[in-house]
Design a protein around this ligand. Structure first.
Ligand SMILES: *Cc1c(COP(=O)(O)O)cnc(C)c1O
Length: 486
């Protein structure tokens, strides 16, 4: 199966590309992305066969249905990356925490955020493809704290790949910062910049568009690429865990084949929720996909009014920084799937020109068949955190945004995107607890929850800082070039 461009002119034939091409150069015509045009459908019989499989096998079967151009051996090897998760046989854990409330814990990977679910296998795939083509890539990422560690971890010491990760020096938790600066790997470079996440992201965007920079890289035989969630290679691994959870619930007879589940997703760039939507298209009986936001509630507004309105919006900082996003890139794939490439191009053009677009009533109705959306303020999130910690279950500030949308009458699957250890300062505040520093705070919380702090996190506090550089954003380019030429 091939992927097609998401933006097109009227009567234009959509260009089809193989997955390999879409992974190595993820931007398509008119500034768009690549997406599948059709999805393989899983019959009821197939669901029950798949339900018996362990995660790796299950994932391979799902990927095989797409008939992509990537060899089975590469996919198999990529999926083996899940063996570095807490439970090597089962990277995701579904926990029942109350009647009809299940939490899909997607954070049991090496860096403790759900980003590992996609980036771990994706790193292996990308490195294999680069090797196969005998090309070298510089992967760049800007991070507010979760993408950075996961990207560094997946590419550490892989062949044909170098990684540069830019983070805001004072913008992440101590655990997140240590996860990055202590990561070992000759092919990794971590740069802290004086500024916030927007500065980090803008620095990245400027470099990605800088022809002089690219030419310098070319001289070192390096192609430039990014590992952000517009890459379909990440989305494809995000379909799988939603499908897997559905299959397991069938197998465990929590639901029968006529019943559906609702999936609640803390959303930013909309990759995770899009994965759930694609799983639904493949035949998983998902009723509503519920989009949870924080105070940056552009998606709440979008799914409730059909307006995507960036005018006089300013990004607010919240206790769920991975969701502090106004331009949610994967919405484009939803628009494409529902309304086609011509309409998507029109809408995205409006957005870049007028910072605004508005769907027709009939279009909005089509979105609302699958989606509902709401948001939580930090205060509300803190209330949910405190309530659940009291009951002995920790939810991180991102996952907390989901709890307003629980519906007693459905089967609720709360998608949990990060381990609480990454956000100890916010967790402590929510629970009215104090500590002299983050390390002590972690210990206090772990004790209260009667949990062990994961070993990989504990050892960070004694690890060596391998990337002490903190620079002005204008020096990032020189910093990278001198590292590459070493
Ligand atoms: C990245 C991230 C999100 C947002 O996920 P999207 O796929 O971008 O919508 C939510 N929670 C956490 C903890 C994250 O790291």
């Amino acid at each position: 199966m091939k992927l097609v461009q998401t933006r097109a002119k009227k009567d234009e034939n959509l260009k089809k590309v193989e997955l390999t091409q879409a992974l190595l150069s993820p931007s398509s015509k008119y500034g768009g992305l690549y997406a599948p045009k059709k999805f393989p459908c899983i019959s009821q019989e197939l669901w029950s066969e798949l339900a018996d499989l362990k995660y790796e096998k299950f994932a391979l079967e799902i990927l095989k249905l797409f008939k992509f151009d990537i060899k089975k051996d590469i996919l198999k090897k990529a999926l083996k990356r899940y063996r570095s998760f807490d439970d090597p046989k089962n990277p995701v854990e579904l926990k029942k925490i109350d009647k009809n409330i299940y939490v899909n814990e997607l954070y049991h990977g090496p860096t403790r955020a759900f980003k590992d679910m996609a980036l771990a296998p994706f790193g292996e795939v990308l490195s294999s493809l680069a090797k196969q083509k005998d090309e070298k890539y510089l992967i760049m990422c800007a991070t507010s704290g979760d993408t950075g560690p996961a990207t560094l971890n997946t590419f550490a010491n892989t062949e044909n790949i170098k990684v540069v990760c830019i983070y805001p020096a004072d913008g992440t938790s101590e655990v997140q910062r240590l996860q990055m600066v202590c990561m070992k790997g000759e092919n990794l470079k971590v740069i802290g910049i004086k500024g916030d996440f927007d500065d980090a992201q803008n620095t990245l965007k400027t470099l990605l568009a800088d022809d002089g920079f690219k030419a310098e890289l070319k001289r070192e035989s390096l192609n430039l690429s990014a590992a952000n969630s517009v890459n379909f290679g990440r989305i494809m691994f995000q379909i799988i865990y939603h499908a897997y959870t559905y299959a397991k619930l069938l197998k465990d007879k929590v639901i029968d084949e006529n019943q559906s589940i609702d999936i609640i997703v803390p959303s930013g760039n909309f990759g995770n929720a899009l994965g759930a939507y694609y799983a639904k298209k493949m035949g998983a009986k998902i009723g509503k996909i519920k989009i949870a936001s924080n105070k940056n509630k552009i998606l709440t507004e979008f799914f409730n009014t059909g307006k995507y309105d960036l005018r006089d919006k300013k990004l607010a900082k919240t206790i769920s920084p991975a969701m502090d996003i106004l331009i949610s890139s994967n919405i484009e794939r939803l628009l494409f799937d529902k309304f086609g490439a011509v309409r998507t191009r029109e809408l995205m053009k409006d957005l870049s020109k007028n910072k605004f677009y508005k769907l027709k009533k009939s279009e909005l109705a089509k979105l609302q068949e699958d989606f509902v959306a709401d948001f939580c303020t930090d205060k509300e999130c803190e209330k949910f955190i405190k309530k659940w910690v009291k009951k002995g279950y920790a939810i991180d500030p991102h996952t907390a945004t989901c709890f307003k949308m629980i519906d007693d009458k459905s089967i609720n699957i709360v998608t949990s995107t990060a381990h609480w250890v990454k956000f100890a300062p916010s967790m402590l505040k929510a629970c009215d607890m104090q500590s002299k520093d983050e390390k002590q705070g972690l210990k206090k919380l772990a004790k209260k929850l009667d949990q062990e702090i994961p070993k990989s996190i504990k050892k960070l506090f004694n690890a060596k800082n391998l990337h002490p550089d903190i620079v002005e954003k204008d020096s990032v380019k020189d910093e990278i070039l001198s590292w590459i030429k070493q």
